[in-house]
Design a protein around this ligand. Structure first.
Ligand code: XIL
Length: 310
C-alpha cells in the first residue's frame, strides 16, 4: 500500500481538484486528500457560474469552505478560474461591451480580493484558444477583443500582487498549434509587461490517443521565456472496463507527466483533476471512458499512483 504520501516525495506542489460537498460529507475522501496532497483546486466552487449565477447575488459558501480547509491543513490553493466561456452565467453573456468590461473588472477584483493572500496561484484565463491556435469565439473575445486578456491579468495583479497568475488550457501538453498560440501570447504579454507568471497545462489525457509528443520540450520552452509551468488537471481516461494492461498504460502516462514536470525546474506543480474514481468528471463527459484517477472508488491506490516516483 501507499507508504510515503505523495506530497512528501517531491519538492513540487502536489494537488488535487476537490469538491466542497464531498469534503464535508465523506470522511474517508477528506482523509486521503489531507494525507496525500499539499495543494487543492476547487473543482467548481470558484467559477463565475457558481459564485454569481444571479447578478449581484453571491454564493461563496463552497469556495470559502475549501479555502478554510486549506488554511487549517496548511495546503496551498490554486484558484480556478476567473475568466472562462464555460459555466458562465447567461446574464454575463448578454451584456453590451462597455458594461461587460466593467462587470468583468468587478468580478475579477471582487473574487481575487476576497481570498487575497490565501491563493498561491490563479487560473486567470481558461481555454481561450482553439485546437488550430486561433482564438476561441467567446463573448469576451467577441465584445472586448484580444486585449481582455492583458486587462484581466492587470486587474488580478492589482487585487493580490503576491498571487501567481496563470493562463490555463488543455491539449497543450505537447508542441502543437494550440500550445504555439499560448507560447506566442505569453511572450507578447511578457514583453508588454503584463503580470503573467505561468502556464497551466491541464493534462487531460486518454490512453486511446497516445502520449503527447514533445511534452518536455514544451515545458522547457516556457521556462526559457521566464514563466513557470504547472500540470493543473491531470487525469488519464481508460475505455471501460479497466483491466491490468490498460491500468499499466495509464500508469505509464501518469509517470511521464510527472517525470517531465520534475525534469524542468520551472514546472512547480502537479495537480490531478480529482483523486478518486468515486468522484470524477470523466464518465459524465466522455461516454465509455472512466477510471481516470490515481485512486479507485474505494480509495485504494492504483498502479498509476505507484508510477509517480521522482
Ligand atoms: C469540470 C468539472 O470537473 C465538472 O464537475 C463540471 O461539471 C464541468 O467542469 N477543464 C477545466 C475544468 O478547466 O474546470 C473542468 O471541470 C474540466 C475541464
Amino acid at each position: 500500500s501507499a507508504s510515503v504520501p505523495l506530497q512528501y516525495t517531491t519538492n513540487r506542489y502536489v494537488g488535487s481538484a476537490v469538491a466542497a460537498a464531498y469534503l464535508a460529507s465523506e470522511t474517508d475522501y477528506r482523509a486521503v486528500l489531507t494525507r496525500e496532497f499539499d495543494n487543492v483546486t476547487p473543482e467548481n466552487e470558484m467559477k463565475w457560474g457558481t459564485i454569481e449565477a444571479v447578478r449581484g447575488q453571491y454564493d461563496w459558501s463552497g469556495a470559502d469552505a475549501i479555502v478554510q480547509y486549506a488554511q487549517t491543513h496548511h495546503k496551498t490553493v490554486r484558484g480556478h478560474t476567473l475568466v472562462w466561456h464555460s459555466q458562465l452565467p447567461d446574464w454575463v453573456g448578454a451584456l453590451p461591451a462597455d458594461e461587460l468590461r466593467r462587470v468583468l473588472r468587478d468580478h475579477v477584483t471582487t473574487e481575487v480580493k476576497r481570498y487575497k493572500g490565501k491563493i498561491r496561484a490563479w487560473d486567470v484565463v481558461n481555454e481561450i484558444f482553439n485546437e488550430d491556435g486561433t482564438w476561441r469565439d467567446t463573448v469576451f473575445h467577441q465584445k472586448l477583443g484580444e486585449g481582455f486578456v492583458a486587462d484581466v491579468f492587470r486587474w488580478a495583479h492589482a487585487a493580490d500582487p503576491h498571487a501567481k497568475l496563470y493562463i490555463n488550457d488543455y491539449n497543450i501538453e505537447g508542441i502543437n498549434p494550440k500550445s504555439d498560440a499560448v507560447y506566442n501570447l505569453v511572450k507578447t504579454l511578457r514583453r508588454q509587461g503584463v503580470p503573467i507568471s505561468g502556464v497551466g497545462i491541464q493534462g487531460h489525457l486518454s490512453i486511446q490517443y497516445g502520449f503527447p509528443g514533445q511534452y518536455r520540450e514544451n515545458l522547457a520552452r516556457f521556462a526559457k521565456i521566464g514563466v513557470e509551468t504547472a500540470v493543473t488537471e491531470a487525469d488519464v481516461r481508460i475505455p471501460t472496463p479497466p483491466d491490468a494492461a490498460k491500468l499499466a498504460t495509464q500508469a505509464s502516462y501518469f509517470g511521464q507527466l510527472w517525470d517531465g514536470c520534475h525534469a524542468v525546474r520551472k514546472c512547480v506543480e502537479f495537480t490531478t483533476w480529482g483523486f478518486t474514481d468515486r468522484h470524477s468528471w470523466v464518465p459524465d463527459v466522455f461516454p465509455g471512458e472512466g477510471a481516470a484517477c490515481l485512486f479507485d472508488e474505494n480509495l485504494r491506490p492504483k498502479p498509476a499512483y505507484f508510477a509517480l516516483n521522482p
